[in-house]
Design a protein around this ligand. Structure first.
Ligand code: AMP
Length: 277
């Protein structure tokens, strides 16, 4: 496995890859590698691509400096896990290479905005699309893999790819879930044992809600469920909504729809979504 520490090393490797006629699979991450990330790598490997995982904690996608500074980092463990899972190369870009003119972002995607995470994290997706645009334009991957756990992010990046007219296939990958059925997230590293217990109870409530939605969606009052979940140790809920997965509009049917949730346990914000069909 190659470790590429700057654009020069990346470009040298890209020349070799192209000489060998290999196709590239890109897996952008912020590190703290877990089973969710590894599932994206596995997909890329299964497609026989040369798999490049990028690890970069992108400051412009954080709304809070403290959250950015505290984001979990474990480069050694990440390298070991990726090597063990047949990653071909890891690219650790330098901040100046991505942001030569300082930490500026552009609003390249106007679709799927002002709802879900964009409503509660203004500017977050501009940070995400800025860094993903950099990776797409620098690496020119044949495929780029994104997790459905961050469903709105996947939709926005898919749109970015169309806006940029880049010849990359954006490949969505299903959420990899823990035993309690919530999706893995790097942020769980911060959870205390009490936080874990609270999450477990909350997830139980969500699974009961999903059963009821599937039975008779018309009877569901999501505002009522928000207060039920908050009583179970969740600090606050940014959103609990059923949306259509094609256009992300609010939905009153299970057909093509998912339940989207963003909640705080203690000061840690986690998101997930659940297929309803
Ligand atoms: P992150 O490092 O959190 O920015 O995530 C990097 C990529 O991994 C994104 O495309 C995420 O959607 C994806 N990802 C994170 N957690 C999971 C999970 N539990 N299952 C599937 N994909 C995930």
């Amino acid at each position: 496995m190659k470790i590429l520490r700057n654009i020069k090393e990346l470009n040298n490797e890209l020349i070799q890859i192209r000489k060998k006629g290999l196709q590239i699979g890109l897996i952008p991450t912020m590190g703290s590698i877990h089973k969710g990330h590894l599932s994206l790598l596995k997909k890329s490997n299964n497609l026989k691509l040369y798999s490049i995982v990028t690890i970069y904690i992108n400051p412009t996608q954080f709304n809070n400096k403290d959250d950015y500074l505290k984001y979990p980092k474990d480069r050694k463990k990440d390298i070991l896990k990726l090597k063990k899972n047949s990653c071909d190369a890891i690219f650790f870009p330098k901040q100046k290479e991505i942001y030569p003119k300082g930490l500026k972002t552009e609003k390249k995607v106007k679709k799927f905005r002002n709802i879900l995470c964009d409503k509660f994290r203004p500017g977050h997706f501009d940070g995400v699309t800025t860094v993903v645009e950099f990776f797409l334009k620098t690496i020119h991957p044949n495929y780029a893999f994104f997790g459905e756990k961050d469903f709105q992010q996947f939709k926005i990046i898919d749109t970015l790819n169309n806006v940029l007219k880049i010849n990359t296939t954006i490949y969505p990958c299903p959420s990899i879930r823990m035993k309690n059925s919530f999706s893995y997230s790097s942020r769980f590293k911060f959870f205390s044992s009490q936080d874990k217990k609270n999450l477990k109870i909350c997830v139980h409530e969500i699974s009961l809600l999903i059963k009821k939605i599937k039975k008779d969606i018309k009877k569901i009052n999501l505002e009522k469920y928000k207060s039920i979940i908050i009583k179970k140790g969740v600090k606050s809920i940014d959103y609990l909504e059923i949306r259509n997965e094609k256009n992300l509009s609010l939905s009153r049917t299970s057909y093509n729809s998912r339940l989207f949730i963003a909640l705080y346990i203690g000061n840690i914000r986690v998101i997930d979504n659940f297929v309803l069909y």
